[in-house]
Design a protein around this ligand. Sequence first.
Ligand SMILES: *Cc1c(COP(=O)(O)O)cnc(C)c1O
Length: 378
Amino acid sequence: MKFGTKAIHAGVEPDPTTGAIMTPIYQTSTFVQEYPGTHKGYAYARGKNPTRNVLEKNIAALENAKHGLCFSSGMGATDAVIKLLKPGDEVITGNDLYGGSYRMFTKIFEPMGIKFHFIDLNKAENIEHYINANTKLLWVETPTNPTMQIVDIAACASIAKKHQILFTVDNTFASPYLQNPIDLGADIVMHSVTKYLGGHSDVVMGALVTNSDEIYNQLAFIHNSCGATPGPMDSFLVIRGIKTLHLRMERHCSNGEKIAHFLRSHPKVEKVYWPGFEDHSNHAIAKKQMKGFGGMISFVIKGNMEETFRIASAFKVFSLAESLGGVESLVNHPATMTHASIPKLEREKAGVVDSLLRLSVGVEDIEDLLEDLKQALS
Ligand SMILES: *Cc1c(COP(=O)(O)O)cnc(C)c1O
């Protein structure tokens, strides 16, 4: 099946009791048994819920994976992957990671004895310098946030295989429509479903998918034991959101492309970060592993913090807010919003200067978005 058909149909069956074409919201915490131990696959809703199961099958299908698990947030999903490790184990990951992942790794898991190496992943060869007998996990995010660096997933996968290291990709920014890391050799794909998969800024959720029965069984055990599982109403909203994922992503990409070029030629803009530019340092890799370049764009304004704040608050269609991937366009000031917890010096080294703005380009009409950018920058 092709992507759009899977988005609409994968995992979805008419309701067995009524024939309802839409998956019912099984708003229940427990399931009745006739005799002790005779449940019909469902005993207690933390372990399994029929609405959530449909969504898990659907997301797995979108990533060409065998198994899926949904979590109550992206961070809940990330937490479950790190819990596969033991004290003394080491992790190699990028130095411009999602802020929440960085915070979890350094503030929660480092004190528990897991060591993290935050390195430049622009060149996959760098990884091997940090591998030793304790290295158990390679955790990659691509494109990165907010400077849209691209990591070569296939190259990472071959290094991870050679050294028998578990390889996880946070595929939130690309969505399964633009990039499928399992096909490129990843063991686990993580999503903040909150973003493009949900797509309507009304749910917080996470997901993990894998092809390995063994990894799935371990993750499912953690999922049920630690309990970061989402409710049926949220699962329903995401099943509904995903039905238009392919259509939304096409528009995010085409709007994104026009806005990236508009910004690049604007006299008030110093620099634009977008992997679709031919002179982006890893454009060739982006072209190879992604179906399109998405709707995430960051740009540096010529001017100080005050001028940046003036522009950030002057938008009429774009809303000033954290998060991304919804149908509505958002603008974010990373230095004071999404990346405020990173010390200034470190933040600026990663390109997150005070005059940087990040856009999550939505699916509105492009004329209105360009008009809004024009007036805000004027
Ligand atoms: C938002 C986000 C997360 C965290 O997901 P939540 O659903 O907010 O918990 C992880 N990684 C990336 C790249 C994100 O954008």
